[in-house]
Structures are given as C-alpha cells and as structure tokens.
Write a protein that binds this ligand. Structure first.
Ligand code: G6Q
Length: 542
C-alpha cells in the first residue's frame, strides 16, 4: 500500500507532469530569453539562480501545490512559535528564537530574555579575551583558545570561524579539536603554550565520550605546565551546568544553552562563543541578524518566491521524481571549504530518516547523500563524473561577487570557472559540435569517429547558483539559515522529524561494549566473526 504522501493527488500530478514533459535545458533557455529573470530571486545580499533546473511555470505551480497540501505555512508557524514538533524527544525546536528580536514564549516564559543574558555573558568574556585581560593560572594572557566539541558542537563554529577569518583580529587564535583520534589532540596542542591556552568544552549533554576524553587529555597537558589550577584555563558551553562544574569549570565561565536548541542548529547559542572570540561579538551578532532576515523571509514570502521552500522543492523534485541519489555542494570560495561538511550533518542527520513522524515506513526517497568540495579544486578531481558520468547529480554552486583579498585577477578566474561549469553542465556538447571541433584539428575521419563518443557531453545537468554579495558575517548568517529552513521544508514534504537523530545511538552503544574487550587479554568471541576477527587481529598487533 502506498504512503499518505504518494497517495496525494498533488504527488500524482507531479508524477504525471514528469512523465509527460521533456525537460531540455538548452531548449528551455533558447525558447525564453527571460528565463534567468523568471527563475532567480534576490533577497538581501543573496541571489538564487534556479533557472538551470528542470522546471517550467507548471512545475513550480505543482511543487508549490504539494507544499500547500503538506501544510507548509502552518508547519513554519509551528516551528517558529515553539510547538513541541520534535515529537520523539518531546521538545520544541527554537533555534530561530536565538536570533529573534521579539519575545518568543515557551511555557509562559519569554526565552529571548535568557538568550540576551547569555549573549551579554558571551560579550563580556569574548571582549576580555580579545583585550588580553583574561590570564592563565601563571599570569600569562590567553593567546590561544581551543574549542573541544564534536558534531553540532564543532561544525558550525568551525565553519564560521574559517569563513570569517578576514574579520578576525588575530588574537586570540581559535582552534578546533573534535576527533577522539589522539593524533588530532596532539596536532592541535603541538604548537600551543599551555600557560597561554584556554579550552572551551562545548557539549550540550556534557556526556559525549570524544569531547570528555579530549577535555581530560587537555587538562592533563595543562596540569603538567600550570599545576593544579587548570580550572582557570577552561570554559564550558553546555545545557548540563552541573557536570561542567563537576569537571572543574567555574560557574561564571559556564555558558548555558537549552534543550530546545538542537546540536546541529546550535551555533546561534553559546556554541557560537568561539566565533565571537575570533571575530568579535558585534560581527557574531551581525551573523545572527543575517539569519533573522532569512527567518522573516521564510515566514512571510509566498511559497513560490520563498528561497528555502524553493530549494527544498527542487531537492524533492530530483530525488523523488528523477531518481537522483546525491546532491553536491560546491562552494567557489576557499573560506567556505567546510560548508559541505556542515551541510552534510545538517541535511543528512536531520532528514536521513526512513519513517515518518507517525512511524509509517516511507515509500519514497528522503535525504540524498550530500557531498562536495570547493571549486576550482573539484574541477581537477571529480567534475569529470558530473559532466560525463552515468548519474544525474544536482548541485549548488556558491560564490561571492566580491572577495576579501586584493588579488582581483584571481577572483575573476575563480568566478569565470564557476559560471563556466554551470553553463557547461547545462549545455553540454552535442556530437555535431564535437565533430566540428575535431575536424578543425585536421583529424582523419577514422580518428575522428574513434574519439567522437568521448568528446560528447550530454549536458542537461541541473544546478542552482547562489551568489553572496560578499562573505560578510551578515551574509553567512543568511546563507546558513537558508539551508536550515530548506532542510525543515523538506522534512515537511517528507513528513519526517528533522530534529531527532536516533540513528547515531546504536554504534555508540556497541563501542561501549567493545572498549573493555580491547583491554582484556583473552580472545573475544562475543560478536559476529568479522567483528571478533578485527578486534582479535588488532590486539595481536599491540
Ligand atoms: C547534532 C547532534 C550531534 C551532537 C554531538 C555532540 O544535532 O545531536 O552532532 O551535536 O553528538 O553532542 P554534545 O554537544 O552533547 O557533546
């Protein structure tokens, strides 16, 4: 039996539309000189060009009808008004309250007052650090800050600190330690002076194995240099203040956030402290303002002109009606090189679900594999497959009109490549065009025919282009919020809960079982033969 979603007449209409329409991008552009104007939207410092997609006005109409049938507007309201829409954890989802400029009531209490208090604490601490007023136990000013956190407590701030490096004062330097791999711990600490280093333990639960193990190792490293007063070298960002205090972090250095902030949506909370330390609190707040602008757009723009909703619907259109399995994110900006990692978590942890909110097993595709790397590097690596491989891979190209550096020639080359790629993916090269080129090279007809199939590009490969005026804190905030809301809008179409992540639990539990087995002398026989074999082989090498 088919699911609630695929039984909808709006879904069936899209199936028919797909079946009955040939989407030929070259042809669509040739027949409409205004296609760019028709299918691009400028909002603040962002422009979304979605003209290089398999769509006509009818496609947009049908996709928006599907969004309406799934009560998109109402879901946006439910999200922003603090309803407990994370039903498997019985929590509201209020990252938008972290950047709101009007009261947001939760159980009769305005949570934006709590947010303002923590913001003030972040401002005091980040300004003190940046001015050199914060000293370590031996009296040295703090020159380096290490954020110890993983997943949602790492990826957002790491993305933003890297993206906004031109706004950083340079002091203190901010580093990120996430992996339990001791090599990561050693690499981060290698060039740091413990007397001048402060670590932020960023963990909502304060129980995460990787983060606490790393924090303990950093504490031991500090203790060797500064003795027992290691507490002066720590701060914590957490929803579990008691555990942070038990670790030895002073109360005034504990920055609180709340269970209504999901990990992967938490960079707007005190998890953003490393960003404020790196670029200053004013720039951090500008980033939040940029996100708020996108919240307002998401809440108020008609669905057919609503950037996150359109991006969401395009993803549904390809994944569910054209059978695509992956989605590429290709920033043409080296400062956004962590964006694919960040979006991988945001999208795949949120919507990588196979049952609906009501527990129904879905009979359609949900989240695609999200992957990517910065251009132009990717062009010299995997773009071959995008152009001539057998899979259709919709892609987001993201670039900034103005750079922050003073090498204009570089920027022109970068952008020329970005636009050339989307044009090439759209147009391709026909056999006739390839033949003319080969003839111009004076090849024998035999050689020409031999090479011809390799020189043909099928084209008709869809892309979106997102242009930022410049990679400012404000624009970055808007960009991140755009994707957050895209993910939510897709979850509404697919009917899944975007805010839980039960899929990461099982592996954690099994690791807890294997850890003591790695220490025991006897051979392990309690698992399948592969797992036993791997454990026993490893121990034989120790
Ligand atoms: C994010 C996830 C996950 C989480 C980490 C770290 O949405 O829940 O990535 O952020 O597991 O958790 P803690 O912050 O509790 O250490």
């Amino acid at each position: 039996m088919s699911s609630t979603l695929t039984r909808l007449p709006e879904w069936r209409a899209l199936v028919e539309h797909r079946r009955g329409t040939v989407f030929d991008l070259r042809e669509l552009f040739a027949s409409d000189a205004n296609r760019f104007a028709r299918y691009s939207i400028a909002h603040g410092e962002l422009l979304l060009d979605y003209s290089k997609h398999y769509l006509t006005d009818e496609t947009v109409r049908l996709l928006v009808a599907l969004a309406d049938a799934r009560c998109m507007r109402d879901w946006i309201r439910r999200l922003m008004s603090g309803e407990r829409i994370n039903t498997t954890e019985n929590r509201p989802v209020l990252h938008t309250a972290l950047r709101a400029n009007a009261p947001v009531m939760l159980d009769g209490h305005d949570v934006t007052q709590d947010v303002a208090q923590v913001r003030a604490q972040m401002r005091r601490f980040s300004e003190a650090l940046r001015s050199g007023a914060v000293k370590g136990a031996t009296g040295r000013p703090i020159s380096d800050v290490v954020n110890i956190g993983i997943g949602g407590s790492d990826l957002g701030p790491a993305l933003a600190v890297e993206a906004l490096a031109p706004y950083a004062a340079g002091q203190p330097r901010v580093h990120f330690m996430s992996n339990i791999d001791g090599a990561h711990v050693q690499a981060v600490l290698a060039n740091l002076d413990p007397h001048a280093t402060l670590a932020i333990i960023a963990s909502k639960t304060f129980t995460t194995q990787e983060t606490l193990t790393n924090a303990n190792s950093v504490r031991a490293w500090l203790a060797k240099a500064v003795g027992p007063r290691t507490g002066e070298h720590f701060a914590a960002v957490t929803a579990n203040s008691q555990a942070a205090q038990a670790f030895g972090v002073g109360k005034e250095r504990i920055f609180e956030f709340w269970d209504w902030v999901g990990g992967r949506y938490s960079l707007w909370s005190a998890v953003g402290l490393p960003i404020a330390i790196a670029v200053g609190m004013d720039e951090y707040e500008s980033m939040c303002d940029g996100a708020r602008g996108m919240d307002e757009h998401f809440e108020s723009a008609p669905l057919a002109h609503n950037l996150p909703v359109l991006m969401a619907l395009l993803g549904v259109w390809y994944g569910d009606f054209h059978g695509t399995a992956t989605h590429a994110v290709l920033p043409y900006d080296m400062r956004l090189k962590r964006l694919p990692d960040y979006l991988q978590q945001l999208e795949m942890e949120s919507n990588g679900k196979r049952v609906t909110r009501d527990g129904e097993i879905v009979d359609y595709s949900t989240c695609p594999v999200v992957w990517g790397a910065p251009g132009t590097n990717g062009q010299h690596a995997f773009f071959q497959m995008l152009h001539q491989g057998t899979q259709l891979v919709p892609a987001d190209f993201i670039a900034c009109c103005k750079p922050h550096h003073h090498l204009p020639e570089h920027h022109s080359i970068l952008l020329a490549n970005c636009y050339a790629q989307t044009e090439a993916l759209m147009r391709g090269k026909t056999a006739d065009e390839a033949r003319v080129e080969l003839q111009a090279q004076g090849l024998s007809s035999e050689e020409l025919e031999r090479l011809l199939p390799h020189k043909v590009f099928p084209g008709n490969r869809p892309t979106s282009t997102l242009l930022l005026d410049a990679l400012t804190p404000h624009a970055l905030g808007a960009l991140i919020a755009l994707y957050e809301h895209k993910v939510f809008a897709q979850s509404v179409i697919w009917g899944v809960n975007a805010f839980d992540q039960w899929g990461v639990e099982l592996g954690k539990r099994l690791a807890d079982r294997i850890l003591p087995e790695l220490a025991q002398d006897t051979r392990v026989t309690t698992h399948d033969s592969s797992t036993n074999g791997l454990i026993n082989y490893t121990k034989s090498k120790w």
